[in-house]
Design a protein around this ligand. Sequence first.
Ligand SMILES: *Cc1c(COP(=O)(O)O)cnc(C)c1O
Length: 425
Amino acid sequence: MTISNDLFERAQRLIPGGVNSPVRAFRSVGGAPFFVKSARGATLTTADDQELIDFVCTWGPAIHGHNHPVIKAAIAAALENGTSFGTPNPYEVEMAELIVQFFPSIQKVRMCNSGTEATMSAIRLARGFTRRDKIIKFAGCYHGHSDSLLIKAGSGALTHGSPDSAGVPASFAQETVVLPYNDRAALVEAFATYPEQISCVIIEPYCGNVGFIMPDAGYLSYLREITARHGTLLIFDEVMTGFRLARGGVQELESIVPDLTTLGKIIGGGLPVGAFGGRADIMDYLAPLGPVYQAGTLSGNPLAMAAGIAALKLLTELNPYAKLDALGRQMQDAVMEAAQAKGLPVQMPQRGAMFSIFFNASPVRDYTTALQSDAKLFARFFHACLDRGVYLAPSAYEAGFLSTAHAGAAIDRACEIFDQVIREL
Ligand SMILES: *Cc1c(COP(=O)(O)O)cnc(C)c1O
């Protein structure tokens, strides 16, 4: 009996499924999850002292690697002064200044405690501002677990969506239209079907939650154009991509100006955080200035702000994006070379510090094509990598993440392991 297995047994008695977030339970790859007792750089150390090269990076935040000394010192310094005040604190102002500096589309920003809160609040704000109820989201894009957003496509492409979770009222689902990603015609049809009813379109501009998927050339600028034409707000959910692919997120890479942006993950430096911001005239609809209510006991928490500020300043200091992209390409080369040698159909989209390995003969461009990947083969690949000390996200439909700490030994070792594992699949 390993320590992890023992912990998992105890956890399952008291915590539903033994986990506090479902994908951690390994349901889609089989087997039992391992418990981690510490993490440093690119390495996780399990409760049983196995060392793993980590390509999950706490699902995105750890762009500087785990337990970075500068972030740790910033948290320790903030801790000296107290953990929460329930009043405004100086860190919040500095954080807002940093976010606004790197995201020119954001004129004002509100901090919250998770990406889920950020997207939920941004949607309420968009509805309040436009006085419209419907929203458009895209199949395969994940925006946290609030009711309006846990919706899947309905039976007809343009009917309203259906709840994607028990407990979400069908009447809520009626207000969410779910469209295929990368499909311009579907957008045109939706705006024609619901004229002047759509408050906002929310999108992961590069998808990271059904594996990593890039938009077709021109798709995002088309989305910007059609939303503007219909008085619909465009929300870029950059909880995952913000500060990860560029300091200014996908909107910087693609030169798009959304109306609202949601952030999280990296801006908390590993502590719980979220933020949403955008045009000042929209943001001023929030309480206490405006009629849209949104609040949080721990919002702008000094420890989370200190950690996030340190993480963002490190990004400015190091400007690691070219280096991260080179690491990503090194992995892509290793995986694709092994796959070709083996005659195995693999797609490996990669950009900067994000990638996916799909066992799929065709390019993955939306939810439907992602689901055509061979999930059973992925599960074998996942466990073979894990046995050799490489931890990938435990699902065929998740993105992988790199950190600056992967440079050098970790990436070289991981590439060797990918090569071996693929040839033996
Ligand atoms: C992770 C994620 C969220 C949800 O953030 P939580 O902090 O887990 O609530 C929302 N949107 C995107 C794009 C994400 O990747």
